[in-house]
Design a protein around this ligand. Structure first.
Ligand code: PEP
Ligand code: MN
Length: 337
């Protein structure tokens, strides 16, 4: 259920509605729009008589939403949400860029890449320390040590850090080092993890599961928001289809669909979305043209020697070239880069 307050509702009137909802055992999430306040009511509202609220002073309308997504929906919040991570804003006019290696491999590796990322004007450094690998014999990441190296490298260059946690146990160590927590595709429906992340005051980058529908992605975001953490950025990273030329099929249509259904920022990951280095830039351009609020890109000084995902990782020159192309696309769709 959502309760839309009158444009002229006073703070006291809003507070009375909130208190009544809390007294009745509901969780209340407030969204303050340009003209009015909307209250998102979480809990079982089946037996609520909407008129009980509609007669209250300052209430414009009470609407029962049967759709399982409430807080992520544009009905709850019509304006775009902006999620801030360091100097980066996701969901504003500027396209947010995130770049770095697939995995943190050593202190020197992440230092070099962070300096490069900084030089290109990108302010958010990516790099995995806990790696979800298909084979247990593949490099599993440096764990907390990797996070330490990444934090050091980021601080030397004034960058913010995003890194994945795979397990609830990883959250506490990661909090010390990262500015944004990534939920990987394989964990999009790890509900226990999502619930924990919902309790944090830390932005979350939520990647679409490789066989998840858009509705399931939105429901996963709803888990995080229902816990009170509203700083969620969605990421289209490609899905499994019958096509096996590419590693995944980057679902570009997901971008405008999500932008219509939700106020949350939506970014694209053409690195995992294609798995092929020379397909990354064209799909990055297509993503920006389709309305993506940002891109996350794997880059390394020596992709051939990268310990994970080398085949989809850009060389430095390719990243720079891609940025100059993206500027043109961004201008064409009234955005900046
Ligand atoms: C990654 O970002 O390196 C990663 C493993 O992503 P995904 O969860 O999308 O596969
Ligand atoms: Mn990767």
């Amino acid at each position: 259920m959502i309760i839309i307050m009158d444009e002229k509702a006073s703070p006291d009137q809003i507070q009375s509605v909130v208190e009544r909802l809390l007294d009745n055992g509901f969780d209340v999430h407030r969204s303050t729009g340009a003209t009015q306040v909307v209250l998102g009511v979480v809990g079982d509202t089946h037996n609520v008589d909407l008129r009980d609220y509609e007669v209250m002073d300052g209430v414009h309308e009470a609407i029962r939403i049967t759709d399982p997504v409430k807080l992520v929906s544009r009905t709850f919040k019509p304006e775009n949400s902006i999620v801030k991570v360091g100097k980066v804003e996701f969901g504003g006019n500027k396209i947010a860029m995130v770049a770095g290696p697939c995995s943190v491999e050593s202190r020197q590796q992440i230092k070099d890449i962070a300096a490069f990322v900084k030089k290109t004007g990108t302010h958010l450094l990516r790099g995995g320390a806990y790696k979800p690998r298909s084979s247990p014999y593949s490099f599993q990441g440096l764990g907390e040590e990797g996070l330490k190296y990444m934090r050091e490298a980021a601080d030397e260059n004034g960058l913010a850090v995003v890194s994945e946690v795979m397990d609830r146990m990883d959250i506490i160590p990661a909090l010390k080092y990262v500015d944004m927590i990534q939920v990987g595709a394989r964990n999009m429906q790890n509900f226990a993890l999502l619930k924990e992340l919902g309790k944090l005051n830390k932005p979350i980058l939520l990647k679409r599961g490789m066989s998840a529908t858009l509705k399931e992605l939105l429901q996963a975001a709803e888990y995080i928001m229902a816990g009170g953490n509203h700083d969620v950025v969605l990421c289209e990273r490609g899905i499994r289809t019958f096509e096996n030329y590419t590693r995944n099929t980057l679902d570009i249509s997901a971008i405008p669909i999500l932008k219509k259904l939700t106020h949350l920022p939506v970014i694209s990951d053409p690195s995992h979305g294609t798995g092929i280095r020379d397909k990354v830039a064209p799909m990055a351009r297509a993503s920006v043209a389709a309305g993506a609020d940002g891109l996350i890109i794997e880059v390394h000084y020596d992709p051939e020697k990268a310990m994970s995902d080398g085949a989809q990782t850009l060389y430095y020159e390719q990243y720079e070239q891609m940025l100059s192309e993206l500027k043109i696309i961004a201008t064409a769709v009234n955005r900046t880069l």
